[in-house]
Design a protein around this ligand. Sequence first.
Ligand SMILES: CC(C)(COP(=O)(O)OP(=O)(O)OC[C@H]1O[C@@H](n2cnc3c(N)ncnc32)[C@H](O)[C@@H]1OP(=O)(O)O)[C@@H](O)C(=O)NCCC(=O)NCCS
Length: 172
Amino acid sequence: MVTIRPERDEDHCAVFEVNEEVFATDAEARLVEELRQKVGPVISWVVEVDGAIVGHIFFSPVTIGDKGGGVRTMGLAPMAVREKFQRQGLGRQLVEQGLDACQKAGAELVFVLGDPDYYPKFGFQPVAPFGLHYADPKLDVCFFVKELKVGALQSVSGAVAYHPLFDRAFQR
Ligand SMILES: CC(C)(COP(=O)(O)OP(=O)(O)OC[C@H]1O[C@@H](n2cnc3c(N)ncnc32)[C@H](O)[C@@H]1OP(=O)(O)O)[C@@H](O)C(=O)NCCC(=O)NCCS
């Protein structure tokens, strides 16, 4: 049986293991632990198959440089589904439920840095036409935004940045 639900305190170990298994290093797994402790609000959901956690999605606040004040924004990262369970629609359910949870929590925009073949499936659009860019503009081809509140994109522009803990996590 497949269950998609918000993460609970007792899931932290299983979530760490999923991220550690799916990514090349434990940087993402450790980053999630740090963000949970130091940054708020975050949204963290898991997918269970027959009672075992096999996937995870995480959202944390991002900032928009020159003209973002007042618009509530989140960044999707990381997300992971254990290899054995990939390509079965679990990632799709995590993204859809995660975005719904972001919207219910009041987020107006969600950003993601990721695969151009994957995220547009969920209505994410390239940022450039909206006058937005990633902190490193070379990565703009992989940087996407989804509007959760109609019109929110009209009141933002400039550089978008994940929390500084992201940079630190990948420099270690
Ligand atoms: C990315 C990831 C979470 C997708 O999870 P998943 O459960 O395999 O995804 P789904 O089965 O729900 O696939 C959803 C859609 O994306 C497609 N898809 C899945 N993986 C894809 C990939 N790597 N590239 C392009 N399309 C992909 C599926 O065909 C499906 O398309 P459809 O709905 O049009 O048929 C999973 O592959 C993963 O954990 N990858 C390694 C970690 C990673 O790269 N995370 C993202 C960056 S943080």
